[in-house]
Design a protein around this ligand. Structure first.
Ligand code: FEO
Length: 404
C-alpha cells in the first residue's frame, strides 16, 4: 500500500491490520483496522506518527519506498498510544539523525515506552508553535484527553491538512486488503464518501474509545473551527476530503451527547428466553404504534460496543433485565456501567424487570441510571414474574404509550 497520495507531497504510508482479534484488547474489528502514518515530502522530510509494532516491517517498506533515498528529518508524534507509537523505537534506531517532534507531556511519557535516548534529538512544541519544513508549515494544537493526555493534532497550513490523531478515525481496514486494496485505498483517500460504513464504525469507535471525553472533544472542535481545513488525515480510517461539515457535525453531536436520531433501542438480558420474549413483544407493540427505528439487542450475545453506540445514537432506550444472585444479571450490569463510564445522558429510558421470586432488577437498574445526567424514566417499570401474562403485557402497552 505504498505510494498513496493524500496530496502531491503528502503520502500515505500506513498499514492495514486484519490479523488483530480485538482492538484495545476488547473491541471486535471484523473488518480490521488501519494504522495511518504519513510522509510529508519537503526540504525537511517529515514522518507523521508510526504504526503498531506488529506491522513495523510493512510500514518501514512503505516508508522506504516513498522516501526513495531521502533521510527523514523529523518524526512528529501526535499520540503516544502503542497502536501509533509502537514503531518509534525501531524508526529512531534506523534513522539516528531523525528528531522527535512532540509536546512536553509526550516527552515525559516517552521513557515509559522506549529505551532510545532522545534528549539530544527532540523538538518540544507547545500550543500554536510553528515548524517550517520548507514549503510546508506545521502548527501544533494540543488536544489533551482526546483521549490521552499527551495528544495533539497538527495543522499543515500550506495544503490545509489537519493531522487529527484519533479524532475522525474509524474501525475497518482501508480498501479490502486484498488484491485491489491499494486501489480502493487510493479511492478512499481521494474521495471519502459520506457513507453509512463511515458513520457506523466511526460512531462505534468514537463513543467507545473517546466518548468519555466529550468536553475535551468540544474544546478541540472549537480550535478546529478557527482553521481553514481542506483534508482531515486521522490515525485510523480514510482521510476525509469532502463534505467536512458532515463529519464535524457528527463529532459535535457525539461529543455533546445529543441523540443523533429518533428511535428506540431495546437491550435485554435473558436467562431462559422469557425476558427476551417480553423485549420482542415490546418491539412489536412499538412498531404497531408506528415507531420506525426500533432496534433490539441481546446483551449476552450481540457486540456490546455496538449496543453502546446504538444507545447513544437514538433518543430512547429500554432495558429489560433479570435478577440474578440477588443482583443484576451480569451482562446488564456490565452494560449499565459501560454507559455510565461513557457519559450516557440526555435520554428517555424505560425499564422491564423479571424475577421469579423477588423481582428487583428495575430498582437496581434505576440506581445505576440515577448516577447519569438528565435521564428521564418512562413509566411504568414493567414487572414480569417469570413469564409474560395479561397483567405484564398490559404494563408493556403502558410503557410503549409513554415511550411513543
Ligand atoms: Fe488509535 Fe488512541 O490510539
Amino acid at each position: 500500500m505504498s505510494n498513496i497520495s493524500v496530496t502531491e507531497t503528502i503520502k500515505y504510508i500506513g498499514v492495514n491490520d486484519t490479523d488483530i482479534d480485538l482492538f484495545e484488547g476488547q473491541y471486535v474489528v471484523p473488518d480490521g483496522i488501519s494504522y495511518n502514518s504519513y510522509l510529508i515530502l519537503d526540504e525537511k522530510t517529515t514522518v507523521m506518527d508510526t504504526v503498531d509494532k506488529h506491522k513495523v516491517t510493512e510500514w518501514l517498506e512503505n516508508l522506504e519506498s516513498v522516501l526513495a533515498g531521502r533521510t527523514p528529518e523529523y518524526l512528529v508524534v501526535n499520540h503516544l498510544e502503542p497502536d501509533h507509537a509502537g514503531s518509534i523505537q525501531i524508526f529512531l534506531e534506523k534513522y539516528p539523525k531523525a528528531k522527535v517532534v512532540c509536546n512536553a507531556r509526550a516527552y515525559k511519557m516517552f521513557p515509559q515506552f522506549f529505551t532510545v535516548d532522545i534528549s539530544e534529538r527532540n523538538v518540544i512544541v507547545k500550543e500554536g508553535d510553528e515548524l517550517s519544513l520548507g514549503s510546508h508549515v506545521l502548527t501544533f494544537v494540543t488536544a489533551p484527553m482526546v483521549h490521552w493526555p499527551e495528544v495533539m493534532v497538527t495543522y499543515e497550513k500550506t495544503e490545509k491538512v489537519l493531522f487529527s490523531a484519533d479524532a475522525f478515525g474509524k474501525f475497518g481496514a482501508l480498501g479490502d486488503n486484498g488484491e485491489n486494496g491499494a486501489t480502493e485505498c487510493i479511492e478512499n483517500f481521494a474521495k471519502a464518501t459520506v457513507s453509512d460504513s463511515w458513520t457506523d464504525e466511526a460512531r462505534r469507535y468514537f463513543l467507545n474509545i473517546v466518548g468519555k471525553y466529550g468536553a475535551q472533544v468540544q474544546a478541540l472542535l472549537k480550535k478546529a473551527a478557527a482553521l481553514d481545513i481542506r483534508i482531515i488525515c486521522p490515525l485510523h480510517g480514510p482521510s476525509l476530503a469532502e463534505n467536512l461539515g458532515f463529519y464535524l457535525e457528527k463529532y459535535d453531536i457525539w461529543s455533546s451527547y445529543r441523540p443523533e436520531e429518533k428511535g428506540i433501542v431495546i437491550a435485554y438480558a435473558s436467562i431462559y428466553g422469557n425476558t427476551a420474549t417480553a423485549a420482542r413483544k415490546l418491539a412489536d407493540i412499538l412498531k404497531e404504534k408506528g415507531v420506525e427505528n426500533v432496534k433490539i439487542y441481546d446483551l449476552a450475545r450481540d457486540d456490546m460496543s455496538l449496543i453502546t453506540a446504538e444507545a447513544f445514537r437514538y433518543d430512547r432506550l429500554v432495558l429489560a433485565g433479570v435478577s440474578y444472585d440477588g443482583g443484576l444479571f451480569p451482562c446488564m450490569e456490565t452494560f449499565l456501567n459501560r454507559l455510565k463510564s461513557k457519559n450516557y445522558q440526555k435520554r428517555q429510558v424505560g425499564l422491564i424487570e423479571n424475577g421469579s421470586w423477588a423481582p428487583n432488577a428495575g430498582r437496581q437498574m434505576q440506581e445505576i441510571l440515577s448516577r447519569m445526567k438528565e435521564i428521564e424514566f418512562a413509566e411504568p417499570v414493567v414487572t414480569i414474574v417469570s413469564t409474560l401474562d395479561a397483567d405484564s403485557e398490559e404494563q408493556l402497552r403502558q410503557l410503549a404509550d409513554a415511550l411513543v
